[in-house]
Ligand binder design. Structure first.
Ligand SMILES: [Zn+2]
Length: 450
């Protein structure tokens, strides 16, 4: 194992050269750029490392998945889920250097995708290369499933996983990648929230009216505001009947994990220029709410006149965008049904609800043996107790892997709190890149002899 780890350290420069090549593709899925080229390049890189690789289409408009497999010396197989697409680079003028031309400066690697998610792919490839060159092969079988539209919500991923179960058979799955805390503790995340994204629209009149008609004609903006107000109370409790019915209470072990997460409350308030959290939450109660509670969020509102000066108008139309972040075992379909039923029961039959996105929440049990294995590896590599995150506050297509394929899924990676993913000057620290590659190399070894 020591030789494999040394190989990782000694071949950093080649790995960075590979990262530079991969990041040169401007694979912005939101803009449909460089999708085919990036997929082909990755398949070629994987074949070069001894994989059997192919580019497998997704249904509909979905971007293809790069799939690859290589046997190992044990019957165990580790599946890597990653994505080759990246977020748009705007605002471009805030980048200190060209986002698609990776540069290394003061111990950091800068460029779009160096953290999310191309850097994680390359760190994993470095670990694989180390095993092959030092030991002549892999200690366990390895599969890659690298999708191309994660940054636009992974359309059709659930369907794709379902219809390619044979390609994805494995013993465990490493998710795309997290990182370390400010004090250098590695995060080990085990789940994601689900999502229901809806548009609420109201039309009360064929056209806008003079606002003097406020006496007797219905105003779409008021109708929408009242409808929205019926969804959540000022104490943050969602008022849709049945909303909390399927929320699975956290286990004692999950509670304990959250209670020992690094405190980041002050930094969060500072970053957002905010005085206090909702409900005046303090200490680990902030993390607790953030990780275990579902949300109902107004994302945008549109109605009437909002230009300069007054315009006395009675709007005929109003529109709101909303998302609900869901926790296990809430089902987006049920939440959508309950939302529609609630609005109708409250007399808002004029509010039309359109679902734009739905994803199930998912979580790997914290007491799963694979979680214990990853935790042990992280302790060895980082020399610190991992920060266990039962669920991330964000959403990703974990559900078909956890539920459909019954795989334990753990998320570890090369980022740190200032990696600026989705933002200008995305970066990773070289040290974290190396540690991340070593953690993967060790984990492959441990799984092989498991
Ligand atoms: Zn992302």
């Amino acid at each position: 194992m020591e030789k494999v780890l040394r190989f990782v350290e000694e071949h950093l420069d080649e790995a960075l050269q590979g990262l530079r090549e991969l990041c040169r593709f401007p694979t912005v899925s939101a803009e449909g750029r460089a999708i085919e080229e990036t997929a082909q390049y990755l398949a070629y890189r994987l074949e070069d490392l001894g994989f059997q690789a192919s580019i497998v289409p997704k249904p509909g408009e979905g971007n293809p998945v790069v799939w690859a497999y290589q046997e190992g010396s044990s019957p165990r197989t580790l599946l890597f889920y990653n994505h080759y697409d990246v977020q748009p680079v705007d605002p471009l003028q805030e980048w200190a250097t060209d986002p698609f031309d990776v540069v290394v400066r003061a111990g950091r690697i800068y460029g779009r995708g160096v953290s999310d998610n191309k850097g994680n792919i390359v760190a994993r490839l470095l670990a694989i290369r180390a095993w092959r060159e030092v030991e002549g092969g892999l200690p366990c079988g390895v599969k890659f499933c690298i999708e191309g539209d994660e940054e636009i919500g992974s359309p059709y991923m659930e369907e794709w996983v379902h219809s390619h179960r044979d390609l994805l058979e494995a013993d465990a799955c490493l998710w795309e990648g997290g990182g370390v805390s400010w004090d250098g503790r590695p995060y080990l995340a085990l789940g994601v929230k689900g999502l229901l994204y809806v548009e609420l629209s109201v039309r009360t009149l064929a056209r806008d009216a003079h606002s003097s008609w406020g006496t007797v004609l219905p105003n779409a903006a008021w109708r929408l505001v009242w409808a929205l107000a019926s969804l959540k109370a000022p104490d943050e409790r969602v008022l849709i009947p049945g909303f909390y019915d399927d929320v699975r209470p956290p286990t004692a072990e999950e509670e304990a994990a959250v209670a020992s997460l690094p405190p980041e409350e002050e930094d969060t308030l500072k970053a957002y220029g905010c005085q206090r959290f909702l409900g005046d939450l303090k200490g680990h109660q902030v993390w607790r709410r953030h990780i275990f509670e579902p949300t109902a969020t107004i994302d945008g509102l549109l109605s009437g006149y909002v230009g300069p000066g007054p315009k006395t108008v009675l709007p005929a139309q109003a529109l709101a965008k909303m998302d609900f972040r869901l926790v296990p075992d809430q089902d987006p379909k049920d939440v959508l049904e309950n939302l529609k039923r609630h609005l109708a029961a409250q007399g808002f039959t004029d509010v039309e609800v359109t679902a734009l996105a739905q994803e199930h929440p998912a979580r790997t049990p914290i007491d799963h043996p694979f979680v214990a294995l990853v935790r042990q590896i992280l302790r060895e590599v980082y020399g610190k107790e991992p920060a266990m995150v039962p669920s991330m506050a964000g959403t990703g297509p974990l559900y078909p892997f956890v539920k459909g394929l019954a795989l334990p899924v753990a998320d570890i990676g090369i980022g740190y709190p200032d990696s600026r993913i989705h933002a200008p000057n995305e970066n990773v620290r070289i040290e974290d890149f190396l540690q991340g590659a070593k953690a993967v190399a060790r984990l492959m070894g441990a799984l092989g002899s498991y």
